[in-house]
Design a protein around this ligand. Structure first.
Ligand code: IMP
Ligand code: MG
Length: 182
């Protein structure tokens, strides 16, 4: 065990999805979106910052024209538990009226963020609105929320890597792992 091991073994739990598994799944999702939006130019709306790595790969897995925008919402901060409040910190740069939109999240935990953002975007009357999340927690309360594209379903543990952080760390891990708290 070396001093510069990253992440420190004390933080790293179990690797749930390797870089290769993620790549395969993201390509499948990209193909599906390409087919569903054939002849149209979907606008991918990534939710900052967790979806950055995912949306960058997803966009390149889409075989036709595609555009990109971002939203930022209040996050968990330094904690690993939700505050239960969603606030928009950065809104879209463009009008999405009459545009086909895919909202792209890193993970759906309680479903609060996604539910809030779907209502926020719907109010702007896009021509289509689909939801995409790399991860969905099996315990997520997705009642009333349609999840159109889902990468993987995961158990309750807090996860890091491939864009997902704990206190802003570990977004650069190429795999997704559980975080060992303490
Ligand atoms: P929700 O509103 O409870 O569905 O929470 C969704 C947001 O919480 C995601 O966009 C993430 O930013 C964050 N989040 C939830 N679970 C995790 C996790 O296991 N690791 C990192 N971030 C998470
Ligand atoms: Mg997020």
């Amino acid at each position: 065990m070396t001093a510069d091991q990253y992440p420190p073994p004390g933080d790293l739990g179990e690797i749930l999805f390797t870089a290769a598994q993620i790549e395969t799944r993201v390509e499948e999702l990209g193909r599906q979106i390409s087919e569903d939006f054939a002849g149209r130019t979907p606008l991918l709306v990534g939710v900052l910052k967790g979806s950055v790595i995912f949306v960058a790969d997803l966009m390149r897995a889409i075989g036709g024209p595609v555009e990109l925008d971002f939203l930022a919402v209040s996050s968990y901060g330094e904690a690993t538990k939700s505050s239960g409040v969603v606030k928009i910190l950065k809104d879209l740069d463009q009008d999405i009226g009459d545009r086909p939109v895919v909202l792209v999240e890193d993970i759906i935990d309680s479903g609060l963020t996604m539910r809030f953002l779907v209502e926020h975007l719907k109010a702007q009357k896009p021509s289509a609105l689909r939801t995409c999340s790399l991860l969905v927690r099996e315990s997520a309360q997705v009642g009333g929320l349609t999840l159109d594209y889902v990468g993987f379903r995961i158990p309750p543990a807090f996860v890091i890597g491939y864009g997902l952080d704990v206190g802003q760390r570990y977004r650069n891990l190429p795999y997704i792992a559980t975080y060992r708290d303490g």
